[in-house]
Design a binder for this molecule. Sequence first.
Ligand SMILES: [Zn+2]
Ligand SMILES: [Zn+2]
Length: 182
Amino acid sequence: MFRFVVEEIPESGVEFSGELDAAWAAPYLGPQFSLAQDSITLFVKLSRAGASVAVVGHWEGKMTAVCSRCAEPFPYEFRQQFSHLFVKESSKPKVPKDIKEPEELDVTFFTGPVIDVEPLVGEELAIAFPAIPRCSDDCRGLCQRCGKNWNEGPCNCAPDVVDFRWEALKHIKIQGEQDANP
Ligand SMILES: [Zn+2]
Ligand SMILES: [Zn+2]
C-alpha cells in the first residue's frame, strides 16, 4: 500500500490517503496503547525531483491508552506531521519545487526502482507516542498498598503511606514564614 515506483511519481506531486489498521500499527506501539476499535488515517503528498522523492504528510487518529499512574484506559487523540526526502543512493539529493522548507526534511536513502514509505511511517509512529501516557496532568494514581484509585477518593490505608510528591514539598522553606512566626 505504501510502495511507489519512483518514475511514476509526477514531479508536480501526487496526494494520497489511507487507513492504517490496528494489526499493522500494533508492532510499532508500546503496550500502553491499543488500536482495537480504531484506525489511523494517513495523508501523504509525494513529489519528485529527478531521483529524489519528498514524502510530506501527517497522520491522525484516536486510540485507547492506559494511564501509567492509575491504569485506567482513556481516549488519546493525536495528529503528527512528518517530512522526508528519499534520495537514490549514489545520486545527488534534489529538492522538489513544492517544498518550501527543505531544511525540515529528514533524508532517507533508497536503492532500486521503488520506495517503501511503510518503515518510515512505522518509525515515526513508534516515537510519536509518550512512553508514560497520563489520563490527566493531575492524575492521583493508585494507592501502592491497597490498589485503590485515588482519583475516586482516598483509601483507608494508614497515613504512613507517604506520597513521595508531597514528601518533597516538606523540604521547601516558604520565604517570609520565619518573620511571621518568630
Ligand atoms: Zn490516570
Ligand atoms: Zn490504600
